[in-house]
Design a protein around this ligand. Structure first.
Ligand code: RFL
Ligand code: PHB
Length: 393
């Protein structure tokens, strides 16, 4: 089997990259370890930066998103009952975000891949990357009991944090940066109308809470929880009563509860691997970096990596610009570290820590300062809508 770009992983990164390259006449084969149903069962992101929205349009994959996605021009922060709205559009010259679930977006990209006829192999087992420091990289895998070799020009490692691509990089050539946080997020999805029209991030002595949504009839809520807790210990009733206790008092009565469609706990982590290029193998999205979800940046960073690799590959194949791929890592990392900083900072600003009194007062001062000045609110707004993508030239 032969292709130009072998893509490992059919999450949003791999599918979007595949579609953009397909439209440029560049051949790809996508290898995915799981089934399509499994990939779609993971409930994750919901907030898309305008840069991601534009890239979905460029990929010709935006029809349903443009029809059903909710454009949000602001969101609110609540500090123990003191509410501050961040007017994203007003503070950034008109930028907004799109609320549209990762599940729907992945489903759209899967459907387009199917229509395009470009190959995607689900349940590819024992995927291994070879010879990516030569001009003839290979990927081997097993499918339906058969051992298959895929020859290619380049490998795009879009296989998430636990994938094989990052692990295949030579250990003496990679450096990892990491921070773990002493809590997780317990998420619940339900077919109930959202408590408010916009997202609400809540700092409360009982712990952080987030009111988000997927549509006008489907809500997504999160609670800060301890890492020792198990999801089975959280009945729906327990979740709703804890959320009510953390909601601002003036709106707690408006909460509409219902049976959960999904409930899960995610640990919070910051992680970056440097570099993101190893010969002819490139790390993309969660394969290279993780952020705590407080800034809604994970999927959006995957999108800017895809944008950069797509433009570098297009320049290489269509204009003979071999230099562009060498810039991939540095262009991506400049944006990644800024999003890492914002996600870390939002996490520190909004969660409840078991901290000394001095640190607690500093947190209060940060909350106060950043929301009471135009400069502070602008900083939050411009990071939340997404910093601009760097041109690949
Ligand atoms: P994914 O989505 O993990 O997809 C990787 C794919 O690779 C497959 N794979 C393999 N395939 C072949 N061989 C192997 N050896 C393989 N190993 C793995 C996997 O099965 C999978 O299908 O990575 P990708 O595409 O880079 O996408 C990243 C995003 O999924 C992630 O950043 C976001 O979900 C993060 N995130 C959020 N991001 C946002 O931008 N906005 C948000 O509002 C937001 N909220 C969230 C989030 C993540 C969360 N969790 C659970 C981590 C909320 C939560 C709770
Ligand atoms: C979500 O809707 O899943 C979501 C929204 C905003 C975040 C994190 C997650 O910061």
């Amino acid at each position: 089997m032969k292709t130009q770009v072998a893509i490992i992983g059919a999450g949003p990164s791999g599918l979007l990259l595949g579609q953009l390259l397909h439209r440029q006449g560049i051949d790809t084969v996508i290898l995915e370890a799981k089934t399509p149903e499994y990939v779609l069962s993971r409930i994750r992101a919901g907030v898309l930066e305008y840069g991601f929205v534009d890239l979905m349009r460029e990929a010709g994959a935006s029809e349903r998103m443009d029809r059903e996605g909710l454009v949000h021009e602001g969101f609110s922060l609540d500090f123990n009952g003191r509410r501050e709205r961040i007017d994203m559009a007003g503070l950034t010259g008109g930028h907004s975000v799109m609320v549209y679930g990762q599940t729907d977006l992945t489903e759209d990209l899967m459907a387009i891949r199917k229509t395009s006829g470009a190959p995607i192999i689900y349940e590819a087992a024992n995927v291994q990357l070879h010879d990516f420091y030569t001009d003839a990289p290979r990927v081997t895998f097993e499918h339906k009991g058969e051992k298959i070799t895929l020859e290619c020009d380049y490998i795009a490692g879009c296989d998430g944090f636990h994938g094989v691509s990052r692990q295949s990089a030579p250990q003496d050539k990679i450096r990892n940066f990491e921070r773990v946080y002493p809590f997780g997020w317990l998420g619940l999805l339900s077919d109930t109308p959202p408590i408010e029209e916009e997202l609400l991030y809540i700092h409360n002595p009982r712990g952080f809470a987030l009111c988000s949504m997927r549509s006008t009839t489907r809500s997504r809520y999160y609670l800060q929880c301890s890492l020792a807790e198990h999801v089975e210990e959280w009945s729906d009733d327990r979740f709703w009563s804890e959320l009510s206790l953390r909601l601002p008092k003036d709106i707690a009565g408006q909460l509409i509860t219902g049976p959960s469609l999904e409930k899960s706990i995610a640990p919070l982590r910051s992680f970056v691997a440097e570099p993101m290029k190893f010969g002819r193998m490139f790390l993309v999205g969660d394969a290279a970096h993780i952020v705590p979800p407080t800034g809604a940046k994970g999927l959006n960073l995957a999108s800017s990596d895809v944008y950069t690799l797509y433009h570098a590959l297009r320049g290489t194949y269509h204009e003979g610009r071999a230099d562009l791929l060498d810039k991939y890592s540095e262009i991506c990392l400049r944006r990644i570290w800024k999003a890492e900083r914002f996600s870390w900072w939002m996490t520190m600003l909004l969660h409840t820590f078991d901290e000394d009194p001095f640190s607690q007062r500093i947190q209060q001062a940060e909350q106060d300062y950043y929301t009471s000045t135009v400069a502070g609110r602008t900083t939050i707004a411009e990071n939340y809508v997404g910093l601009p993508y760097e041109p690949v030239v």
